[in-house]
Design a protein around this ligand. Sequence first.
Ligand SMILES: NC(=O)C1=CN([C@@H]2O[C@H](COP(=O)(O)OP(=O)(O)OC[C@H]3O[C@@H](n4cnc5c(N)ncnc54)[C@H](O)[C@@H]3O)[C@@H](O)[C@H]2O)C=CC1
Ligand SMILES: O=C(O)C(=O)Cc1ccc(O)cc1
Length: 300
Amino acid sequence: MVDDRRGEPLFERLCLIGVGLVGSSIARAARERGDIARTVVAHTRKPETLARVRALGFADVVEADPAEAVRGADCVILCVPVGAYAGVMAAIAPHLAPGCVLSDVGSTKGSVIRDLGPLLPPGVHLVPAHPMAGTEHSGPDAGFADLFRGRYVILTPVPGGNAAAVERIAELWRRCGSMVERMDAATHDKVVAIVSHLPHLIAFTICGTADDLAEETREAVLKFAASGFRDFTRIASSDVDMWRDIFLNNREALLEMLARFTEDAQALGRAVRWGEAGFIEDRIRRGRRIRRGLIERKQA
Ligand SMILES: NC(=O)C1=CN([C@@H]2O[C@H](COP(=O)(O)OP(=O)(O)OC[C@H]3O[C@@H](n4cnc5c(N)ncnc54)[C@H](O)[C@@H]3O)[C@@H](O)[C@H]2O)C=CC1
Ligand SMILES: O=C(O)C(=O)Cc1ccc(O)cc1
């Protein structure tokens, strides 16, 4: 492996609010590289998580009080479910140091700007971010330093925001091995509604539909579950709080994509009912084309 470690850390004191899958992966990447932050502070609420995070040893300081955790930090990253942002921000805002860069990893971006913007103290720079990397697992044990390697991170800078702060967060993600893109929050929310949120909604639904089947059929479904259904169950095993919050905080874009999807699914169902082989073939070919395109892009 190429040793691309650099000298000076990007931040003196990086505080991660929440150290589940994503937060603990940032901490692990920072620890492994050494040039992201001199000190990593982890805030976790629950006593049992606190003990576990201490035992895992990926943070220099583990702090239960959010106000204490952010004290003196020059970078704070929120890594909690997006529905918790307003409460967390109310607790930390008065204690954020002037000049501090406040960022996040939340899966929705319009709601983040809505919930954090009004509480932002003067001199604190907000840089919303979303790593397009994750798994169906959660909690501090689930994280790993390479989670973000080779994956995109989308920044949605706020209009009139601090350009130097945006560049420092971009650099943090590059040091985690990610490719950084910028877009506005509304575009981000539409894109992730189709590539991430709708697929999860479909996975939760299809598992429920299978579970509603009569006992005998349900047993057979589970016994013979081929990879298609198994892939859905992997996605459907994701964290409850996180996905409830994503659905409720990307409501408009998700409902728009769901309406389009429902229309398209009904059109395919109609073709099945009326034996329209050509229409069915077209849809399948389109799926195959999209898959091929994705694979070619990865290889390019
Ligand atoms: N899981 C994934 O694949 C990805 C998740 N995200 C986003 O990252 C954020 C974190 O997700 P994960 O790390 O996967 O979740 P996680 O469930 O692994 O970790 C979240 C942690 O936050 C804690 N927490 C919840 N409310 C809190 C509060 N008020 N104060 C302090 N801690 C609190 C939870 O106890 C948990 O330990 C979410 O906003 C999610 O939308 C972004 C990209 C990928
Ligand atoms: O595990 C999967 O399939 C994912 O889709 C992970 C994921 C979940 C949420 C995000 O905002 C980004 C990535």
